[in-house]
Design a protein around this ligand. Structure first.
Ligand code: ATP
Ligand code: MG
Length: 570
């Protein structure tokens, strides 16, 4: 490709509305342009990287025995009503009507469509197992689209669905996908980790997320420093904390705390440690008030609580509900005397002579003790794991915290969708059985963005060769000089003929200008062809990642680029 005839609208300044570095660099490098919130044009350079990731995904999916097809983006409402998700999925589902007033949605995920196809076409155990996948645009009306391709509303996903005769066979399909995902993200040159995850609105029995490690990641991950336990904090289990002291209960005391509402404010005001406080939160579970108790220095995990309560919707109560349940304004809630269901984290059990709200304005209670002063309906692990918690799996390890970007997610679905949509087959005895499913997603655009989060410097992107838009850029200094033009064209042809993807910067621009663009768009290898070096038969070869520059005879530079590219693609 010749730069002068191509379309790479680079930008010098950092765009003000881009918070994370991958978003900034993808805009600056002319890879993407925003059309509307969370909706982007993929410009030629961006599309090339997207296609690279798609092809790696495709090759590894095919290698693992999955078969590609393509489903529609527009889905009739009936299918989603049949699975029950039309009502459950909420406002992320973009619903539309056709001219006959029939309802449809833009597909955010395709369990319903694929299960419908399979229930019609697969009749016998002889046709199983089968794993079908597509690479397609999804639409999710995210509340907060941001970070460019990382959290868009329209985004490209690879989604695969496996169908098996029973749970054991489905576990094997899951394992194959898990291994394929490892290969995919390794080939993309990413530092990643597979972690246990919550199954969210997709459902199913268990799942793993593939997390690219990055400080800008929206997810928190806990991992053990001694064993291989790793989980999303949404899911990470905690071990009940042992009692550190066995103090005798002291008499309950009411203490004025004027305008002190938060755990931090009260702890400072009364001079008590946050760990001796009982944080009392009022929530609505399917519109019924419920109170959750966690230790003052811990955080409630709403996903865990939702599982404990087995409800469809869980949200923090508003001020009005809090006042109704506790009799006091927000900031003074406590479990003593409450008449609603109370779910407490086990860490509450070991608090002696604790501090909590008195359910009266500007008042807290001291020396509060479980059993004597308040009761709990249910104890359950409902808090977020924190740095230094004992590992829930091994005896010696403690948890460490990381941040990550979820690029892939694999789920064991069991029979959730096949039961709802009646996808069955006849077994060897002619008996009807329900199929077991798994589903497996990869965010293609998010993978490119995550790669840039991990691979950049102050000058721009540093693409790993496997997903770089081009492998090599030839910066022709002063293209008007005949020897430079001639040599650049020759190198361009030789590399292209050898299958190396080359961008020839043949623009009539100053060298500094060309180098800046080359660095910004992150092409891994750069050949600099200038008349001075060419007079000796040499060119410069620069490695974008290490910054190393070598002066080499033209033929050697060409051979080296070919070798480096071949090595990286294997
Ligand atoms: P998240 O928790 O980040 O919203 P999710 O759990 O909803 O993700 P899945 O339903 O598992 O995501 O979708 C499969 C993959 O699609 C994710 O692992 C992610 O890589 C990608 N993905 C999901 N939502 C988005 C989005 N809004 N923009 C870009 N990619 C996305
Ligand atoms: Mg989501």
């Amino acid at each position: 490709m010749r730069y002068s005839q191509y379309f790479i609208p680079t930008v010098k300044e950092t765009p003000a509305d881009a918070e994370v570095v991958s978003h900034q660099l993808m805009l600056r490098a002319g890879m993407i342009r925003k059309l509307a919130a969370g909706i982007y044009n993929y410009l030629p350079l961006g599309l090339r990287s997207i296609r690279k990731v798609e092809n790696i995904v495709r090759e590894e999916m095919n290698r693992a025995g999955a078969i590609e097809l393509l489903m529609p983006g527009v889905i009739p409402a009936e299918l989603w009503q049949e699975s029950g998700r039309w009502d459950q999925y909420g406002r992320e589902l973009l619903r539309i009507r056709d001219r006959k007033d029939a309802e449809f949605c833009l597909g955010p995920t395709h369990e319903e469509v694929i299960t419908d196809l399979v229930r019609r076409e697969i009749k016998s155990y002889r046709q199983l197992p089968v794993n079908l996948y597509q690479i397609q645009s999804k639409f999710r009306d995210e509340i907060r689209p941001r970070f460019g391709l990382m959290r868009g509303r329209e985004f490209i996903m690879k989604d695969a669905y496996s169908f098996d005769v029973d749970g054991d066979a489905a576990d094997l399909s899951y394992e194959k996908m898990y291994q394929a995902y490892r290969r995919i993200f390794e080939r993309c040159g990413l530092k990643f980790r597979a972690v246990e995850a919550d199954t969210g609105s997709i459902g199913g029995s268990s799942s793993h997320e593939f997390m690219v490690l990055a400080d800008s990641g929206e997810d928190a991950i806990a991992s053990c420093n001694a064993c291989d336990y790793a989980a999303n904090v949404e899911k990470a289990e905690t071990r009940p904390i042992e009692a550190a002291e066995h103090a005798d209960p002291r008499p309950l005391e009411r203490v004025p705390t004027p305008d002190k509402r938060t755990i931090g404010e009260v702890s400072e005001f009364l001079g008590v440690h946050e760990a001796s406080m009982i944080k009392t939160l009022v929530l609505l579970a399917d519109n019924e008030p419920v109170v959750a108790l966690v230790r003052g220095d811990h955080e409630l995990n709403e996903i865990k609580l939702k599982h404990v309560l087995d409800c469809d919707e869980l949200e923090m109560a508003n001020d009005e509900v809090v006042a109704k349940v506790t009799g006091a304004p927000v900031g003074f809630a406590g479990p003593v005397g409450l008449k609603v269901k109370i779910v407490a984290d086990p860490a509450i059990k070991v608090i002696r002579n604790g501090v909590t709200g008195a359910n009266e304005k500007d008042l807290h209670l001291k020396n509060v003790n479980l059993g004597r002063d308040f009761q709990v309906t249910t104890f359950a692990d409902i808090r977020n794991a924190v740095h230094g918690d004992a590992c829930p799996r091994c005896e010696t390890g403690v948890l460490e915290m990381w941040r990550g970007i979820e690029v892939g997610h694999v789920f064991k679905l069991g029979t959730k969708y096949s039961k709802a949509l009646k996808a069955s087959y006849l077994d060897a005895d002619g008996k009807e059985q329900i199929v077991f499913m798994g589903c497996y997603g990869i965010g293609i655009g998010r993978t490119v963005a995550a790669c840039i989060e991990q691979n950049h410097d102050e000058n721009g992107i540093i693409f790993p060769i496997p997903i770089a838009p081009f492998h090599c850029i030839i910066s022709a200094l002063n293209i008007k000089e005949e020897p430079v033009r001639e040599a650049s064209e020759r190198i361009y042809k030789e590399l292209s003929d050898a299958g190396v993807e080359v961008l020839l910067d043949d623009r009539d621009e100053r060298p500094g200008f060309k180098f800046k663009d080359a660095d910004l768009i992150g092409i891994p290898l750069r050949i600099v062809a200038g008349s001075k070096n060419l007079a000796q038969g040499n060119v410069e070869l620069k490695d974008r990642k290490t910054g190393e520059v070598e002066l080499l005879p033209v033929a050697d530079a060409v051979a080296k680029v070919k070798a480096l590219v071949a090595e990286a693609l294997h």
